[in-house]
Design a protein around this ligand. Structure first.
Ligand code: C2O
Ligand code: CU
Length: 492
C-alpha cells in the first residue's frame, strides 16, 4: 500500500549522526520517488525438508521452497522486508545487484551485525533500477544450501511487449547428500600444497575429465564450442550430484506452459555457488534484452553462458509442442532441465541435448549497452587493479595477493569516475561482483554488476562513485569468496 514516508534515517545506534551515515541517508533520499509505495515482505530462513524431484533433502531455505518467495516491486518503491531468522545459525540477507543504501546491503562485519539465531532484522530501502535481481545470505556458504530468491523490479515506463514472463533460477546442489556446504568448504580448506599453482593442479582437477590444463581439448572436441569451453578453464571446484532449475532436478522437472505464438520474457538467474551454466531452449532462438537487469541492444542467440551471480533476460516467441529448456553445467557432467509445453507431445528425457546447446554461445563482446544506460563520457579520476590469484591446494584465493581479512580496501571519492581493472592470473574463471553499483564494461558499455573474468584475462570496467559506503567486491564462486577472494570498495 501507499504510505507517506518520514525522513530517511541517518542515526547510528547511539543516536549520533556521523558524516558517513549522513552521506548514506542523502543518497537514499535522492533515490526515493515522491509518493513511493512501501512493499512489505517477510523472509523466514529455516530448516526444511524438500522434494527436489524424486529426491527428498533436509536443508535451509527461505520459507518452505527453493527458490524462496519471488519479491516484486516497481522501480522507485521502498522494499521493507522483515527477516525472522529461524536457522540454528547467524545469517544476513544481501540484495544482489541493487544500488541501495549501504547500511541495508546485508554484509555482516561491513554494513551490519549478523542476524543472530532466533533474531530478526528489518531491511528497508529504495529500489532505484528496474531489472532482474536476487537475494541471498552473505554469511559463509549458506547460499549453497538453497537460501536464495529472486527480486524483480518492474519499470513503470516499460511498454512491456510480451504476453507472459517466466523466472528461471539455476542452481548446483550438493546438500542432502550427507555433506553440507560447510563440510565441503572444510574439505577444500584442508587440501594441502602439492602442484596447486595458479588454480591449475591440486586435488580435483586430476580426477575430473576435461578439467586439467592438458586435457581441456577433451571438453567438446576441437569445434568452436570446444574453443569456447576452454575459455572458462577450470570450470568448478566441487562436483555436484544435482543441477536444479527452479528447485527441481532433471528427473522431475518443472513445466512452464504457454500458447504457440506468445512472446515470453524469460528471466534467468544463476544462483549456483560454483557452476556456470550454458542455457538453451530447444526449438527456439532467444533474443537477449537485459544483462544483470540493464538493457542491451537486443541480440538473437541459440545459447547463453550464465556465470554465478549473473542474470540475463531474453525474449522468445513460443513454437507449438513440447521443448526442453536445458542448463548444462559448463565443463562438468550434468544438467538442469525445465519443460516448456505449448501443445501435445512427450516430455523430454533428463539427458536431452537440444542442438541449440551445442551452437555458438553469446559472448560479452557480442553485446552493446542500450543507449539510455550508457555511462556519460568523462575522464577517469581513479584506477584500481584487482589482481586475481590463488590455488586449489592449498585452497586459497586472493585479490592483490591478499585474502579478505588482510586486503587493503580500494579507496574512492564520492563523485569520481573509477576504473577497475580485473587481472586474472589464474587458470580458473572468476565471476567478479561489486555491491551497490552497476559498472560499465569498457568498450561495449554493457552495464553489469557481475562479470566473468576468464583465465589469464584482463578486463576493465568503469563506474560512477555515487553511492557512499563500504562495498564488498568479490568472486561469486562462493567457495572462492569465503577463502579469500574478496575486498572492499571504500568511500573516503
Ligand atoms: Cu551475490 Cu556479495 O553477493
Ligand atoms: Cu573465483
Amino acid at each position: 500500500g501507499v504510505l507517506s514516508l518520514g525522513s530517511v534515517a541517518a542515526c547510528s545506534s547511539d543516536g549520533a549522526v556521523s558524516p558517513a551515515a549522513k552521506a548514506v541517508a542523502q543518497a537514499e533520499a535522492a533515490r526515493r520517488r515522491t509518493g513511493a509505495s512501501v512493499v512489505r515482505a517477510r523472509l523466514t530462513p529455516r530448516r526444511v525438508t524438500l522434494n527436489l524431484g524424486g529426491r527428498v533433502v533436509t536443508t535451509w531455505a527461505y520459507g518452505d521452497s527453493v527458490p524462496g518467495p519471488l519479491l516484486r516491486v516497481t522501480a522507485g518503491d521502498v522494499l521493507r522486508v522483515e527477516v525472522d531468522n529461524q536457522l540454528p545459525a547467524e545469517t544476513s540477507v544481501h540484495w544482489h545487484g541493487i544500488a541501495l543504501r549501504n547500511d541495508m546491503d546485508g554484509v555482516p562485519g561491513m554494513t551490519q551485525g549478523p542476524i543472530s539465531a532466533g533474531g530478526s532484522f528489518r531491511y528497508e530501502f529504495t529500489v532505484p533500477d528496474p531489472g532482474t535481481y536476487f537475494y541471498h545470505p552473505h554469511t559463509g556458504v549458506q547460499l549453497d544450501r538453497g537460501l536464495y530468491g529472486v527480486l524483480v523490479v518492474d519499470d513503470p515506463a516499460e511498454p512491456g511487449g510480451y504476453d507472459d514472463e517466466w523466472v528461471v533460477v539455476l542452481d548446483d546442489w550438493v546438500d542432502g547428500t550427507g555433506r553440507t556446504p560447510d563440510e565441503v568448504l572444510e574439505d577444500l580448506r584442508a587440501s594441502t600444497a602439492g602442484g596447486g599453482m595458479n588454480g591449475m593442479g591440486g586435488m580435483d582437477h586430476g580426477s575430473m575429465p576435461g578439467m586439467g590444463p592438458g586435457s581441456m581439448g577433451g571438453m567438446g572436441g576441437m569445434t568452436g564450442e570446444g574453443m569456447q569451453s576452454r575459455l572458462l578453464g577450470g570450470a568448478g571446484d566441487v562436483e555436484y550430484p544435482h543441477y536444479l532449475v527452479n528447485g527441481r532436478t532433471a528427473d522431475a522437472p518443472v513445466t512452464l506452459t504457454g500458447k504457440p505464438g506468445q512472446r515470453v520474457r524469460i528471466r534467468f538467474v544463476n544462483a549456483g555457488s560454483d557452476t556456470a551454466f550454458r542455457v538453451a531452449l530447444g526449438g527456439h532462438r532467444m533474443t537477449l534484452t537485459h544483462s544483470d537487469g540493464f538493457p542491451v541492444v537486443p541480440v538473437p542467440t541459440d545459447a547463453l553462458l550464465v556465470g554465478m551471480g549473473e542474470r540475463f533476460d531474453v525474449m522468445v516467441t513460443l513454437a507449438d509442442g513440447v521443448f526442453p529448456l536445458v542448463a548444462s553445467a559448463e565443463g562438468k557432467k550434468g544438467q538442469g532441465v525445465a519443460v516448456v509445453r505449448t501443445g501435445a507431445g512427450r516430455a523430454p528425457a533428463a539427458d536431452v541435448q537440444p542442438r541449440e546447446l551445442t551452437r555458438r554461445v553469446l559472448l560479452g563482446s557480442d553485446l552493446k549497452a542500450a543507449a539510455d544506460v550508457r555511462l556519460a563520457d568523462r575522464s577517469t579520476d581513479r584506477e584500481h587493479d584487482l589482481v586475481l590469484g590463488g590455488s586449489m591446494a592449498p585452497y586459497r584465493w586472493t585479490i592483490n595477493g591478499e585474502t579478505f581479512a588482510d586486503a587493503e580496501p580500494l579507496d574512492v571519492g564520492e563523485g569520481e569516475r573509477v576504473r577497475l581493472r580485473f587481472v586474472n592470473n589464474t587458470m580458473m574463471f572468476h565471476p567478479m561482483h561489486l555491491h551497490g553499483h552497476t559498472f560499465a564494461l569498457r568498450g561495449s558499455g554493457v552495464r553489469k554488476d557481475t562479470v566473468i573474468v576468464r583465465p589469464m584475462q584482463t578486463l576493465e570496467v568503469d563506474l560512477d562513485a555515487d553511492n557512499p559506503g563500504q562495498w564488498a567486491a568479490h568472486c561469486h564462486n562462493i567457495y572462492h569468496a569465503e577463502t579469500g577472494m574478496m575486498t572492499t570498495l571504500s568511500y573516503r
